[in-house]
Each structure stands twice: as C-alpha cells, then as structure tokens.
Design a protein around this ligand. Sequence first.
Ligand SMILES: Nc1ncnc2c1ncn2[C@@H]1O[C@H](COP(=O)(O)OP(=O)(O)OP(=O)(O)O)[C@@H](O)[C@H]1O
Ligand SMILES: [Mg+2]
Length: 371
Amino acid sequence: MGFQFIKTYNYRNLVNAQTNLPGETIFLVGDNGQGKTNFLETVYCLCFGAPFRSRINSRLICHGEKEMALFGLLEMGPACLNMAYKLGEKKQITVNDNVVLDRKDLLSHTPCILFCHEDIIFIKGSPEKKRWFLNQTLGLFNPLFLDELRTYNRILKIRSVCLREKNEDMLETLDVQMVCAGLKLMESRRTLIKEFSPFFGEYYRRITGESFRNLKIIYKPSWPQGEESPSSPAGEAEKSSLLNLLKQKRQWDYYLGQSSTGPHRDNIKFLDGGREYAGEASTGQLRLMSLILRIAQAGFYRQKTGKKPILLLDDVLLELDPQKRRQFVESLPEYDQAFFTFLPGEKLLETPRGKPFILKVKEGILKEGQP
Ligand SMILES: Nc1ncnc2c1ncn2[C@@H]1O[C@H](COP(=O)(O)OP(=O)(O)OP(=O)(O)O)[C@@H](O)[C@H]1O
Ligand SMILES: [Mg+2]
C-alpha cells in the first residue's frame, strides 16, 4: 500500500486538510481548475522532494501566504514523508524526521511515475528532453548512475570555464576526466536502451494490437560508439581515440566556449521499421506512444527493483478509445497505489485492481464521493 493519508498546508489552491486515502486505486473527479493535478503534485513532491510543474518553490505556496508544508504517511517502509518551504529559506525535506540532504536518497523509498500530456516531448521533443527521460529511467533503479551524471556535469562545467580562459594545461587533464566519466554514462545508456527497447516494443504491441509494427528505440550517442566496456583493454583504445577527437575539436570548442561533443549531446530515436516515428505519426499516435513509454518505464522499474511504484495518471485516459483504454489499464504494472484524474461525467475506469476510492474535488476541497 502507498499513502494512508496526505496533509496539505497552504499548498496551491488546496484547502488545509488531511485527505485519507484508503485504497490502492484512487479516482480524483472534478471540473477543470479545481485542484486534481495539484493533489497529484503533492504525491510527487512527497516522493521526489520537488514538484513536476515548476521548479520555482514560491509557486507552490497558496497566493498571499508565506509558507507551505506537505505531510504523507505511508503504510510501509519509512512511514513519514515531509516537505516544507518558507519564502526566502531553503526547502526542507524529511523522512521519519531525518533531514534529507540529497533528493537522490528519496528514490529508494517510494518512487512514483507520472503520466501526463507533456510526456509527448519525450517522443518528438529536443534531444535534451529525451536525455532527461533516459536519465530518469536509469536513476530510478540505479542511484549510482545519478552520481556518475553529476560527476560528468561538474567536469563539463569546469571545462567550459577553461575553454573560455583558453587554459590549455587544465584542459589536458579535464579531457581525460571527461572521457572517463563520459564513457561510463554511455555504457549505462547503451545497456539501458538495449534492455528497454524490446520491452517498450512488447508493451506497444500489447496495447495497440499492432503486431506488425517493428518499433525500436535507438541510442544515438554524440561520441562514436564503441562496443567495449571502458575498463577493458579495447576500452583503452576507445579512450585514446576520444581524446584525439577532443583535441581535434578544441579550436571549435574555444570558439563556442563550451564542449561541442560528449554525452551531454546524446540523443535517442524512435524508429518504426527504419523510419523515424515522430516524423509521420499523428498527434493521437504520439500521445499513445508517450503513454506506452511511461508504462514501459514503470514496468521496467518493477522488473529491475522488484518494487511496486506509485502511479499518477493525469487526464491521460480521456483520449484513448475504449479498446486501447482497456488494454492500457490491463497493462499497468503492479502498483502500490495509483491516482487517476477524471472530469465529471467521464466514464470511470473499471479497474482490474479492486474497488476504487473516489474523491470529488471542488475549489481545492477533496471529499469522499460516489461514482
Ligand atoms: N500558488 C497557488 N495559489 C493558489 N492557487 C493556485 C496556485 N497555483 C495554482 N493555483 C490554482 O489551482 C487551480 C487548480 O489547478 P489544477 O491544475 O489542480 O486543476 P485541475 O483540477 O487539475 O484542472 P484540469 O481538469 O483543468 O486539469 C488553478 O485554478 C490554479 O489557478
Ligand atoms: Mg489537471
């Protein structure tokens, strides 16, 4: 089981209250602008220590107030999750009253996976967005990857300063560090895509019934891709060829004042029988793809960790036809708790996971309701 209850204090438009959540499947039903997504966001904040819609903490505070707080009681594991923010101060996150200094530490407690309209950017958005999805998928089950990513980003930042200062001596050292750190990222991403791509293809076939489609996710690294592990002898050859590459690009990098190649420029492509899917797919198909990408992420997390995630599904069922809707819901991996939002009058799901607990949402007030 996930959360037994969540208490909100000055959080966006939600009234200060304790909302009991006695169920595995929670339906939030309400008109536009009433607070459904805001409530999903409270779950996300408690799980990850940050919201999904804005990085600006002050936006989380109800207009006219100066502080906000969220508290969630989990059924299992570290029971009490807390996030609080006061204007002008640092946000504070605690787990069982212990201060969390690094949000990465929250990942091992209760990860949640959010399904929302914006996910379409992972299919047809910029390489940066696609990398974000890759990094998140890896970070969910492998916190070490996040350390590697931070190391690489730190090196990249210092390298930019050295490029602008034309500090050749430092660049010699930094290039070696960048190649070592970069190869580790590439290896993690390459392995992920290798395992994740068939997994994703299988979900696609299951949900759409289009067994003839040969959908693949392909890793397109910025640096030429060797097949060897960086620690193998062949990996040494790869390192020295990348060092040469960085040397060749040095003048261009001086001109740009930043590193023009490296895993911070990696990309992924979605190919449908060799053609790029995003180039031809309809908006509906792209939306469906993004949902399947998320469901595959949740299933992959479940398979890798053996743990059940919390799922947040924000308005995403509305656009599926009845058949796909059923297939989609049946394909959801086992979850600790799942929150679905609906508009009044919208056909509610017949979930395969027992009776849902319904919350009617109006002007920031959540009340138990009937279907
Ligand atoms: N800091 C804040 N203080 C007060 N109200 C806020 C704050 N931030 C957002 N809101 C308000 O919260 C309201 C509810 O937003 P929310 O996104 O949760 O609606 P929703 O029920 O999900 O609607 P929809 O069905 O359209 O998605 C909006 O009217 C918005 O203006
Ligand atoms: Mg909403």
